[in-house]
Design a protein around this ligand. Structure first.
Ligand code: KPL
Length: 322
């Protein structure tokens, strides 16, 4: 396998753009599923300008560590033209710059799956896909969690559901849909939703509550269950329900609140991605979470003062730390 991987005869059909914790997790899960199916060759796409063979380590949720070698394709590698399915696992604010220049290099029939926190990048990406009439777009979100031990070693820290749904362009081919399906199990289920935007708004609401509050109050997710946050959480949810309704998405505030508190409970010991971004002085996804809610509010001539103040407070935190 290693020998084959290193040669140009290895023609990957599935690639993952973004070699962060979630990108590497998807790579390991796809390879595992592929081993059983022996169907598709898989690669990561990196930022470097040369293709390389990279040793990876993966500590699974049982604590077992697996070693493997991955082909990391440079963005200039002509084998990109063979990619039939591209899973985009970069942060929301990187999607446009990382993906759009690649679209014309991928197979004309390539199907793109966006998997990030927040909402917004699907708008420019769907516009760009109109220029590639045989390509298609699926949107999704995952509650699985992974942590980087170092650049090429990740640990699977949380099982969770992945929710996906077709958005525009060509439909996902059944054999590729089967490859994605094979990555999932009872412990880490995959749900297909049509239309997909309603479930993405639900996850957006979870992130719009947990991420800024944990970043601003420097606490883990579980601490948000304290009574002192109850009223603020209720108001954030209410505002999201109103904006979503103007966007044609019907959300139930009671169900949403139950979902938010369930995630707080299930991930109580975790530190949210935004908390971690702030602590490590990295850019946050605030513009695509509370910021996106404000943009949609503005689009409908509404005010969203609670989400607006959270977005401003996190942006200010980023500036202070920069
Ligand atoms: O998605 C998450 C994140 O941290 O970004 C939650 C669900 C809030 C879990 O921490």
């Amino acid at each position: 396998m290693e020998n084959t991987l290193a040669t140009s005869a290895y023609l990957p059909h599935i690639a993952i753009l973004g070699a962060g914790a979630i990108g590497q997790l998807m790579y390991h899960q796809l390879c595992h599923a592929n081993q059983a199916q022996a169907k598709h060759a898989i690669a990561l796409i990196g930022r470097q300008n040369h293709t390389q063979l990279q040793p990876l380590q993966f500590t699974d949720h049982c604590g077992l560590t697996h070693n493997t070698n991955a082909l990391i394709l440079a963005t200039t590698d002509t084998r990109l033209a063979k990619i039939q399915l591209l899973l985009v696992c970069v942060k929301a604010y990187q999607v446009e710059t990382a993906l759009l220049p690649l679209l014309s290099q991928l197979s004309p029939q390539c199907h793109i799956v966006l998997l990030h926190n927040g909402l917004g990048p699907h708008l420019p990406v769907s516009k760009a896909i109109e220029l590639h009439p045989e390509q298609g777009l699926t949107l999704g979100t995952t509650s699985q969690a992974a942590l980087k031990i170092n650049q090429w070693h990740i640990k699977h820290t949380g099982l969770g559901v992945t929710q996906l749904g077709y958005y525009c362009g060509h439909q996902l081919a059944p054999n590729l849909q089967a490859s994605i399906q094979a990555m999932h199990s009872q412990e880490q289920p995959l749900e297909w939703h049509q239309p997909v935007l309603a479930v993405l708004w639900q996850k957006l609401a979870v992130n719009a509550v947990i991420n800024p509050l944990t970043a601003l109050h420097q606490c883990n997710n579980g601490q948000l269950a304290a009574g002192k946050y109850r009223e603020q959480i209720k108001m954030i949810i209410q505002e999201i329900v109103t904006v979503a309704q103007y966007d044609g998405i019907k959300l139930d505030p009671k169900l949403l609140s139950t979902r938010v508190y369930k995630v707080i409970e299930l991930t109580s010991a975790n530190f949210s991605s935004m908390y971690q971004d702030v602590v490590h002085h990295r850019a946050t996804e605030i513009d695509y979470i509370n910021g996106y809610i404000c943009q949609r509010a503005q689009h409908h001539n509404l005010n969203a003062p609670i989400n607006q103040s959270l977005a401003a407070a996190v942006a200010a935190l980023n500036c202070t730390l920069a």
